[in-house]
Design a protein around this ligand. Structure first.
Ligand code: ZN
Length: 153
């Protein structure tokens, strides 16, 4: 997609991008509902794949838009921890009424309880305490403000 965009012209209207999108990924056909944040995440991932070098796996896109976070799950029963690092290109943060963007990001980072999960250590159904730690911010941070919140029963 990037090669086609690069070889044709320097600027694009949204219709041009939509035509290219439909040419390469017909599942984005007309009439289908599309979440704009998911589409942006998809485009960033595709452009990264096309531009990454074989040697490092990095690209201009990953250098600009990819951050990292560490997810730590703590079993409430055996207290063992499991952590994994994940790349992100968009932070999906909940909107906090009458708050700053920083407050919204802090809410995103708050510990959460993952109910009825199976602990990989004790193999029992337990509640896990999940901590999300942003370990690397990208030079260009894309923040998606979530208009809807999860409501538990
Ligand atoms: Zn456990």
């Amino acid at each position: 997609m990037f090669k086609v965009m690069e070889s044709v012209k320097a600027t694009f209207s949204p219709d041009d991008i939509k035509s290219l999108l439909l040419k390469f990924w017909p599942f984005y056909s007309d009439g289908q509902e599309c979440d704009v944040a998911e589409l942006l995440e998809f485009l960033v991932a595709i452009l990264h794949e096309e531009l990454q070098t074989r040697k490092t796996g990095e690209s201009f896109i990953s250098g600009c838009f990819f951050g990292k976070f560490l997810r730590v799950d703590i079993c409430k029963l055996c207290h063992k921890t499991r952590s994994e690092t994940e790349d992100f290109s968009i932070l999906h943060v909940p909107v906090v009424e009458n708050a700053t963007l920083l407050t919204c990001i802090e809410k995103y980072r708050m510990d959460e309880i993952i109910k009825d999960s199976t602990c990989v250590f004790c193999k029992r159904k337990v509640d896990l305490l999940r901590k999300t730690i942003i370990t690397k911010l990208p030079p260009v941070l894309i923040v998606h403000l979530l208009r809807y919140a999860k409501v538990s029963n």
